[in-house]
Design a protein around this ligand. Structure first.
Ligand SMILES: [Zn+2]
Length: 211
């Protein structure tokens, strides 16, 4: 926060103000920074999901500090549309998830960096799905006991997941059925290896409903 100190972060939200100024929300290792950038809309390096080096100018009065000296930290697959599109949709979800949290631990920043590497060699939705399981576990929201949210009975063979990956019986939530052991593996090993692409797509759509 002190002038002259460079920070690193990921842009998770952009809000246009007036014609060309931007309010930029950046996920850093300890908090979500909300900063003002004059003529920000002219800068192509200010985009959702981009990783940046930045400096905060605390000299100006006002309730919001100014974003100074931005440098883009590129990654290998930035030019690949499909990967970038999935990444940006995933990253955007963190804005509503974290914007009102005062201090965050570095789990999120570390997870984002890990995802950058994983997406290099993996289907982005698969990598992000596995990352999402880590997030649920970190936040104490991973339900690996397989009790149906709706009828509160144990789930034996087939399982359905609803928003937040809460487990249900397929017949209780009227949703897509998965083999229980595949979801168990996903939850316990953080591995989507035994899920086919169509199943990964389905789970991806659930994530997009909100973290
Ligand atoms: Zn049930």
């Amino acid at each position: 926060m002190v002038g002259g100190t460079y920070l690193q972060g990921f842009i998770i939200n952009l809000q246009k103000v007036k014609d060309e100024d931007l309010i930029v929300s950046i996920l850093g290792s300890d908090k979500v920074y909300t900063l003002y950038r004059f003529y920000g809309a002219r800068h192509s390096i200010l985009n959702i999901g981009y990783k940046i080096d930045f400096e905060i100018d605390t000299n100006l009065k006002g309730s919001i500090h100014r974003l100074k000296d931005v440098m883009q930290l590129g990654f290998a697959w930035m030019g690949e549309f499909e990967k970038m599109y999935a990444w940006q949709r995933f990253v955007k979800l963190f804005y509503s998830h974290l914007k009102d949290v005062e201090h965050i631990d570095d789990f999120y920043f570390v997870l984002f960096n890990e995802m950058l590497v994983k997406i290099t060699k993996q289907n982005p939705k698969r990598a992000l799905l596995e990352g999402y399981i880590k997030l649920l576990e970190h936040e104490g929201r991973l339900h690996n006991e397989h009790i149906c949210l709706l009828c509160e009975e144990k789930i034996e063979n087939n399982i359905s997941l609803v928003r937040g990956f809460l487990p249900t019986h397929p017949k209780c939530s009227y949703s897509r059925s998965f083999e229980s052991n595949h979801i168990e593996e996903l939850f316990n090993e953080k591995s989507a290896i035994n899920l086919n692409d169509e199943e990964v797509d389905y789970l991806w759509q659930i994530i997009l409903q909100g973290l």
